[in-house]
Every structure is written in C-alpha cells, then in structure tokens.
Design a protein around this ligand. Sequence first.
Ligand SMILES: [Zn+2]
Length: 318
Amino acid sequence: MSLYDKLVTHSQFNYSRRYDLYSHGLTAYPLSEKAPLPYEEQIKTLVDKINEADCIIVGGASGLSAAGGGDFYYEDNASYRKYFGKYAEKYVFKGAFAGSFYQYSDPAEKWGYLVTFLHTTQTAEIRKPYLDLDKLIKNKDFFILTTNQDTQFVKIYPEDKVAEIQGDHRFFQCSRQCSDDTWDAVEPVKKLMKAMGDNTAIPTHMIPRCPHCGAEAFPWVRGYGNFLQGTKYDEQYRKISNYIEANIDKKILFLELGVGRMTPMFIQEPFWELTKLLPQSYYIGINNKYDYLPQEIEKRGMTIVGDIAKVLDDAVKI
Ligand SMILES: [Zn+2]
C-alpha cells in the first residue's frame, strides 16, 4: 500500500467509526478557535505562502469545478438545464448525479444519459478558477491531486503531474470487472452523441461493450458503478505518494480547494495529517462554506471561507 493510500485508509476508518459526527457535516478533529485574518490579509498570505513554498501540492475537489460553472452535479439549475435539458423535462432529476443513479428500464436510455454526461465534461472549456490557479502556481514545483472526474486538470497538465484518485471521464472499464483494462471513452462518446441526435436513448446496438467479455462498459469513475481499482488506480496513488516522498524534507504547501463534507478522507484529512507530520509544511484550505482548521495545525494553517473563483481571481491580481 502506498503512503497516500495509507493516509486515505486511515481517514476512511475514522470516518466510519465517527459516522455520527461526519453524517452531520462535522469532523472528529478538534478545530481551531483562532479568529480568521481579514479577507485581504488572507489573500496576501495565500500568495506569500505560494511564493515561499519549495513545492505545492494542490488538492482539487468538487467545489473548485462548481466555482467555475461546473455546478450541475447536485442541483437542477440553469447549467443543468443547459446540458441535460431533454432529461430535465422528461425526468425530475436534482442534478447530473441523480440522473446517473436512476434505474432506467431501457439500457439504451441509461446510455443516452451517461453519454450526455461524459460529453458535457469531456468537451467543457477549462474553467476560469483552474486557469487562475495555474497562473498562481505555474512557476513553482507542484503536483495536483484531484477527486474530480471531469478532466479539467488533465486539460492543462501532463498526466505525470496529476493524480485522479476517483477516476476520469475519458475512460471506460468493464462493468463486470472481467479484466484490469481501461480504454478510451472520448471517441465512442462523440460517435454516440451524433447517433443519438435529439433522442434521449442511443441506438441499442451501439451500447459500449467490454472488448474482452462483451458485458456493458462503464465509465471509469467511483460513485455510481463498479469502480475498477486496478493498475490505473494504483498508478494515481503511486504518483502522489512518490511526489510526497521525494519532497518530504522540503517546505510543502498543501493547498486544498473545495472539499465537501461527504468525502473528507481523500484530500482534506490526509492534508491535515501530512501538515501535522511535516513541521516545515503549511496548509491552506479554500472553501465556500466550512471554516475547518484543526487546532493541531493552527499555527501552520489557514482557511479562507469564500467563493473559490473570487479568491483565486483576487490572488492573481496581487
Ligand atoms: Zn468484461
């Protein structure tokens, strides 16, 4: 098990042990009661800490994509209607994920929805918060860890700088996990969107299938399928673990962006633990809702509560 895998496993264990707290959006960590700095000083500290760091480990989560307009996952809003309009009218889904969980009676209809979902993220422009983040870190040594499956980071950076630990919309896997194989989903999705046209279902004979056993394919993502934790998955954990190990004596800035309360175990709590362990490191969390900074790292940490898009935009302007 790699170093980062161990941190996540430890955090998952705590999460299930203290589910009474976590299920209410709380945390098992005693939190700092330190008063936050005024906003302008927080932005200045963010920029200073980026400049001072030998290297930066970015943890990008759902709040980062949501801040840039990728906010159609959990709500029926204008952007959901824009990309999923025909399904919004036919079904009453509260956002893109709800439609993915739905038990469709026709697999071709399910695939119509999945293909629409994948096409939306695969073809999305790079969102502004990602571009602002890039302006802030591009001259530094950095590594990206992300739970986002929407491929935003791999549109900017080479694969060896990004660890996608919850999967990636550009790949299919076998729904039965008959093999360790993952394969391209971009070209099939393009063809299927064309074949579907204005319908809500793809042609049944075009349902993507596993090249090995003929079972239905499935996007390589955790959340609503049978997520394949094979070679590709291990690679992601190896990349982040190797980066941490190579820089363990350096001044690392852990920069957490938009972690929600459902999954503190993938980025947030491992970052807290690493900050605690590495005395020269510093932690900054940016979140639009939660001011969660553990007491144990309050002297080497800060949270900025605000709209991530605005925080990054303001930081770029300094
Ligand atoms: Zn198969």
